[in-house]
Ligand binder design. Sequence first.
Ligand SMILES: CC(C)(COP(=O)(O)OP(=O)(O)OC[C@H]1O[C@@H](n2cnc3c(N)ncnc32)[C@H](O)[C@@H]1OP(=O)(O)O)[C@@H](O)C(=O)NCCC(=O)NCCS
Length: 152
Amino acid sequence: MIIRKMAIADYRQVYDLWMACAGMGLNDVDDSESGVRRFLERNPETCFVSLDESGQAPTGDITGVIMAGNDGRRGYIYHTAVAPDHRHQGIASLLVQHACSAFKDLGISKVALVAFSSNLAGNSFWERQGFSLRDDLAYRNLALQRLNRLDT
Ligand SMILES: CC(C)(COP(=O)(O)OP(=O)(O)OC[C@H]1O[C@@H](n2cnc3c(N)ncnc32)[C@H](O)[C@@H]1OP(=O)(O)O)[C@@H](O)C(=O)NCCC(=O)NCCS
């Protein structure tokens, strides 16, 4: 198994992999090819894929993916996924290690992520990786498409 940085050329295989996984919260904007391209351009050092050297994986050669990015202060992890028939082999753990090591190299000291509370397996995985649950915080967001631009 090989782990390398993700490139936009991986998009179709990665998208198919996400679609094969329950528990992924995909949307038409951020997870479109242009959305992923934009994320990779901003975060070229911290997104990784795993590859099956045998070339037998049903979604092509890519067996796992992690999208990780930072805003200069915090690292954030999105859409970690491993193909169903490649799970429990330590692939996601290795992807997390690569992303966290790359964050450290960039001087980022804390990493966060959001998971659906209903994704028990995903949350067990993150607990095992050392990502503690913050039950003192409320997660809030705002869809900016609904806001009008300011006339300047
Ligand atoms: C969560 C996921 C990425 C884990 O991938 P993986 O390559 O199987 O993970 P690892 O082999 O590195 O697992 C490391 C440890 O995490 C825990 N873990 C992994 N999958 C788990 C599961 N389904 N239930 C409970 N614990 C789990 C285990 O302790 C595991 O150790 P084990 O190999 O002895 O079972 C994978 O199941 C997946 O793609 N799920 C669907 C997408 C998803 O939910 N992603 C997370 C979004 S928040």
